[in-house]
Design a protein around this ligand. Structure first.
Ligand code: ZN
Length: 558
């Protein structure tokens, strides 16, 4: 099976190339990487974004844009210099605060604006950035970001944006870090009359300008990732339904291209069953006020908050493929199921640093297994998750360097999902596990987090310290090996290929047909075995570990 790449991350490029690429980048982070990725730079931390008021005129005739963003912020501590990101070749025309121009200097993709005086702590200010230019064209969306200027199969213009990873500053000026989200955002986009724009949140106003253009004013009333803000303008039609969810009625709005209406009516019924499953496991959908939408796009899809971009050709699987290789992935639409999971893990709970992207992708991958479980039962869900091990590479750690906008291995999907599945086995109580998943969403609701906070929460609520488990799976490429030997009625066992102190319990058959937890460490231990046939010895396959029979010789280290 040729894996073209998953939605919403780096797997677009063939895996080996992606690994090599990222490896090269890790070897030498640039000044620009530090500017873009820093969570601690003084020019970013003294002001807290409250509102983005984004207005952009999109001109397909020459692939250019022109607009402004009013950035309202609260002063955390008085300072004068703000870093505002906008990527080349776009140009800032001016910045204005309190009716006065603000001088600025450019350093690559970052602009440093210097206020005449530091505003007092607690003050609310708005700096407006005017800009224009021809934004980067996405070469391979959704993985490679920028604008896509294309046409649908009837030749109508179709314009969308994608920018996860590369950053929203590829098309609009903002504080381009996942660590600071506005409390709400307006997205007012002006486009040729012939196409309709669907962005995030709710459509407040459609204003024909009388010059061949129309302005679509969308508004998200919740905190939102900057990379979730998107253009999707085309010849759309609309249908919808109201879903009765945990927090009451939730509007579901579907925006297929007009000629895909019938296909969309068939395929998008999966949105309701997805919501039912995820609300059960994760808690309420995070954006009742902004609604849930699926918007057809010419790329595979992306987790644009409250307006999930959909490009899966109205068929189950992932563009006709099943990542798990089990056939179970063909029972549902990968893009609806995977991208929508990001509404909980990614959009509501957002990693501050791209290095913790596993908080988005490991849970979204794991969610695919839960959805399979919701449809077809617990065993099927487990088979699906285990099937995903086929594309774990253990090439690089899932968590790379912090503070430089680096992305870890593509193993953040399948290996991360298998890590969570393994932790579910350790917890050993499905209701408790569900309580942890819901508790994460309740505790970190609409927040940006460090991955360590997620690790700690799970450890604290699992009733056992999982820090070595996270270290092992997130920060090394080693798969734990359970070495064992059977001698008569005794089983000797130990962990190897593990981080120091790794002592994860694992379930094995000590008696016929029954899994019992053992607690291996790096030292050999021995326990009694009651199997009619030693060949019947099994390690529970739901743990992502490698069992290795080291034979009948004397066990090392005993
Ligand atoms: Zn994803």
């Amino acid at each position: 099976m040729v894996k073209a790449g998953l939605a919403c991350a780096l797997l677009a490029v063939p895996l080996a190339a992606a690994a090599q690429n990222a490896h090269t980048r890790e070897a030498a982070f640039t000044h620009a990487d530090s500017l873009r990725g820093s969570l601690t730079s003084p020019e970013r931390t003294w002001w807290d974004v409250g509102f983005y008021d984004l207005h952009v005129r999109i001109q397909p005739a020459d692939s250019s844009i022109r607009g402004w963003n009013g950035i309202t912020y609260r002063v955390v501590r008085p300072a004068r210099v703000l870093q505002i990101d906008l990527q080349q070749p776009l140009a800032v025309d001016s910045m204005v605060q309190d009716g006065r121009p603000v001088p600025f200097r450019r350093d690559g993709n970052a602009f440093f604006a210097t206020l005449p005086a530091p505003p007092p702590a607690g003050a609310i200010r708005t700096i407006t950035v005017y800009y224009h230019g021809r934004p980067q064209v996405a070469r391979r969306p959704p993985w490679d970001g920028g604008f896509t200027w294309t046409t649908d199969s009837l030749g109508h213009p179709w314009i969308v944006t994608t920018d996860q990873g590369v950053g929203a500053s590829i098309w609009w000026p903002n504080k381009d870090t996942q660590a600071d989200e506005p409390d709400s955002q307006r997205i007012a986009l002006t486009l040729p009359d012939s196409i309709f724009d669907v962005s995030n949140g709710r459509l407040r106003r459609v204003t024909p300008n009388g010059d061949g253009t129309t302005t679509y004013e969308w508004f998200a009333v919740n905190p939102i990732n900057n990379y979730a803000i998107a253009v999707a303008a085309g010849t759309y039609t609309h249908f919808g339904e109201v879903y009765q969810g945990e927090r009451g009625p939730l509007t579901l709005d579907f925006w297929p291209l007009a000629y895909h209406l019938e296909a969309a009516r068939r395929q998008f019924v999966q949105a309701a069953s997805m919501l039912k499953c995820y609300e059960h496991w994760f808690g309420p959908y995070p954006w009742y006020e902004d609604g849930y939408k699926l918007v057809e796009v010419p790329n595979t899809g992306m987790e644009h908050q409250s307006a999930v971009a959909y490009g899966n050709l109205y068929a189950n699987g992932y563009r006709g493929q099943d990542w798990s290789g089990t056939g179970l992935g063909m029972k549902w639409d990968f893009i609806i199921v995977h991208e929508s999971a990001h509404e909980w893990f990614g959009n509501s709970i957002t990693a501050k640093d791209n290095a913790d992207m596993w908080v988005h992708e490991s849970f979204a991958n794991y969610a695919e297994g839960l959805y399979t479980e919701c449809l077809m039962g617990k065993d099927s869900g487990a088979v699906y998750i285990r099937g995903n091990r086929n594309w774990i590479h253990n090439d690089r750690p899932i968590v790379p360097a912090y503070g430089v906008n680096a992305q870890g291995s593509g193993d953040m999907y399948a290996k991360g999902g298998d890590m969570l599945h393994t932790i579910r086995q350790i917890v050993g109580d499905d209701e408790k596990w569900r309580g942890i998943l819901r508790g994460l969403n309740r505790t970190f609701w609409h927040q940006t987090v460090m991955g360590s906070e997620i690790e700690r929460y799970i450890s604290d609520h699992a009733g056992t310290d999982l820090s070595k488990v996270f270290d092992q799976y997130l920060r090394t490429t080693m798969v734990p090996v359970l070495e064992y030997r059977i001698a008569g009625d005794s089983l000797s066992y130990r962990w190897t290929s593990v981080v120091p102190g790794f002592a994860m319990p694992v379930a094995v058959t000590l008696t016929d047909g029954v899994y019992t937890d053992i607690h291996p460490t790096e030292a050999w231990q021995t326990t009694a075995l009651h199997l009619a046939d030693r060949a019947a010895f099994k390690v529970d396959p739901d743990y992502y570990v490698i069992p290795r029979d080291v034979g009948s010789g004397p066990a090392a280290g005993r």
